[in-house]
Design a protein around this ligand. Structure first.
Ligand code: GDP
Ligand code: MG
Length: 186
């Protein structure tokens, strides 16, 4: 008998518009280092990462859509076998379109993965004044509007993140991993 039956294995896919920070977020979580250069890669890649929950080894395969954001056909394979997903948009003023496209990513996830836990990351929070999101409800990316979106679409939780400063990153990934773990271990 080996002890390996107790291991848990999860595939997590990270989707969202190009350049919102998906690759940097994954890197930040798995290595703790912020990547400054923008490296566009073709074809899906994944990072392997292990952590322990309740003394059990949890193996994570975090898949990076890596350049396939615009090739819908190529993404089918990418989605296969996913336990959970992260949708990323950007709070950077010039990338707010990424918020308008959330519904598209959500629909695609539902279509290819069914009903899996999904977390929403509002990234690049370091580039804006966070208090504005609270006080100005009319903004597309205001706390009010994002929370409304989250409640309407059975997303497990919304996190404001910065892959640059690290704000919220570890907490956000860990929350999703816990959710996946408790779903299968209870
Ligand atoms: P992807 O296309 O979604 O994988 O985006 P990348 O991870 O390649 O990031 C695109 C650019 O945004 C890079 O220049 C990153 O350094 C930068 N970036 C990523 N996350 C953040 C963040 O939280 N804050 C800031 N200021 N820049 C970020
Ligand atoms: Mg990328």
């Amino acid at each position: 008998m080996s002890g390996y039956e107790e291991d848990f294995k999860f595939k997590i896919i990270v989707v969202g518009d190009p350049s919102v920070g998906k690759t940097t977020l994954i890197r930040k979580y798995t290595t703790g280092a912020f990547q400054k250069d923008y490296i566009a890669t073709l074809g899906a890649q994944f990072s392997k990462y292990e952590e322990y929950l309740e003394g059990k080894k949890v193996r994570l395969f975090i898949w990076d859509i890596a350049g396939q954001e615009t090739f819908e056909l190529m993404r089918k394979k990418f989605y296969k076998g996913s336990s959970g997903a992260i949708i990323v948009f950007s709070h950077a003023p010039e990338e707010l379109e990424s918020f308008d496209h959330l519904e598209k990513w959500l629909n695609e996830l539902k279509k290819f993965c069914g009903d899996i836990p999904i977390a929403l990351f509002g990234n690049k929070i370091d580039l804006i004044d966070e208090t504005e999101l609270f006080s100005n409800e009319d903004k597309d990316n205001s706390d009010f509007n994002v929370t409304k979106f989250v409640n309407e679409h059975t997303i497990i939780e919304y996190f404001k993140t910065s892959a640059l400063t690290g704000q919220g990153v570890i907490e956000a990934f860990q929350k999703l991993v816990r959710e996946l773990y408790f779903k299968v271990s209870r």
